[in-house]
Write a protein that binds this ligand. Structure first.
Ligand SMILES: Nc1ncnc2c1ncn2[C@@H]1O[C@H](COP(=O)(O)OP(=O)(O)OP(=O)(O)O)[C@@H](O)[C@H]1O
Ligand SMILES: [Mg+2]
Length: 354
């Protein structure tokens, strides 16, 4: 999951409910270069609550994006998120490898609210330096369970679009991968990565470079659009433009109030997850790093900082990447950067990673 092998980088493909993103990295002379990057917006009803409602629509959108980007590499790193993915850190006594599989399945049955036969189970044994505060000899294991039907829907859409899924990741971990590649992380300090998309917010609290807590909550940009639509009596399309400050002649006061109301709701929901995390940890969260399209709402980072009493900044997923090959102005790249958090994290994966 965290390794640096010698194999080529996979094609990053983030199938978000608001848009699909595709990104390819190349390494040359020790510098990482973005050689392909494109997005394709999806209509609101294609992916709802993390489930693909219109399979053909999603396949077509991936095909169109691939036709625009013409990636040479068909091998994909993709990810899923939402309530059908469960991530849990467990502590186990030392045991031989052949017992571990059985024990993990047993542990998973305690923690996972779905039938164990309906999920794919994956686990990652945290190495010595990744450990938090376990007793000598104990093992910390990161358990990931994904509903089979959901994962199959996403993987099949990718296959039907002519691409080959090689790594299937979780959004929250992809954001972590992006963050650790671009920023200097101080060991022992807690950083909350909060990726606010269209329908889902992925929270991943890192201690140093290791995930201490993850949770996905069902809130995001759609909440703003719906609220603006109702309060200002606009169509969905106009509400979306108004949210982005792109609808001339709109009632500015009403717009401001609608956005402020949802800002408060978003900050409260994030705060709830932090409170839950605090019941499991003594450590303070030192900072919040936002990403996702919703982090572009100009008043949101400040609102989160003020309400939660923790400094919040917006991540730049291209911070250490060379984007000159995209032939876009630095401003144009900066404008789409927050939405690229997941796809950059995916594009940093190589074949054989897990
Ligand atoms: N300039 C902007 N101002 C406000 N909101 C914006 C802006 N640009 C994009 N957004 C919003 O960001 C959201 C999309 O973000 P993102 O691309 O991170 O989500 P996604 O990955 O498609 O969705 P999800 O992960 O939730 O399924 C949409 O709700 C969109 O309206
Ligand atoms: Mg997303």
């Amino acid at each position: 999951m965290f390794g640096f092998g010698s194999k080529a980088y996979l094609l990053g493909l983030d199938i978000g409910s608001g848009s699909i993103k595709m990104l390819q990295l190349n390494e040359s002379k020790g510098k990482l270069k973005v050689v392909r990057f494109g997005t394709k917006p999806l209509p609101a009803e294609m992916i709802v609550d993390g489930s693909i409602m219109d399979g053909l629509g999603v396949v077509t959108a991936i095909k169109e994006l691939a036709a625009e980007q013409k990636p040479k590499n068909k091998n994909v790193a993709m990810s899923i998120s939402g309530t059908s993915v469960i991530v849990k850190k467990i502590t186990l006594p030392p045991m031989p490898a052949e017992e571990l599989d059985k024990q993990i399945k047993f542990e998973a049955e305690q923690y996972i609210p779905f039938d164990i036969n309906d999920v794919y189970l994956d686990f990652h044994i945290l190495s010595e330096e990744e450990l938090s505060s376990t007793e000598q000899g104990e093992m910390e294991v990161l358990l990931v369970a994904t509903k089979k039907d959901k994962l199959n829907d996403y993987a099949n859409a990718v296959r039907e679009a002519g691409l080959t899924p090689k790594v299937i990741d979780v959004d929250a971990f992809a954001v972590e991968n992006m963050y650790c590649a671009n920023y200097n992380v101080s060991p022992g300090e807690l950083t909350a990565l909060v990726n606010i998309g269209a329908s889902v917010t992925n929270i991943n609290i890192l201690k140093g470079r290791v995930s201490a807590f993850t949770r996905d909550i069902s809130i995001g940009g759609n909440k703003y659009t719906e609220r603006i639509q109702q309060d200002l009596g606009l169509s969905l399309e106009d509400a979306e433009s108004a949210k982005k400050g792109q609808l001339p002649g709109v009632n500015a006061d009403a717009l401001h109030q609608a956005i402020a109301a949802v800002n408060e709701e978003v900050a409260t929901e994030i705060g709830r997850s932090f409170d839950y995390f605090r019941t499991t940890s003594q450590d303070d969260i030192a900072s919040i790093v936002l990403s996702g399209g919703c982090s572009k709402i100009p008043s949101l980072p400040n609102k989160i900082s003020e309400q939660l009493g923790i400094a919040a900044t917006v991540a730049n997923p291209f911070r250490k990447l060379d984007t000159t090959a995209l032939k876009k102005s630095p401003e144009a790249v900066e404008r789409v950067a927050p939405e690229a958090a997941v796809v950059v994290g995916l594009a940093l994966r190589r074949e054989g990673d897990r």
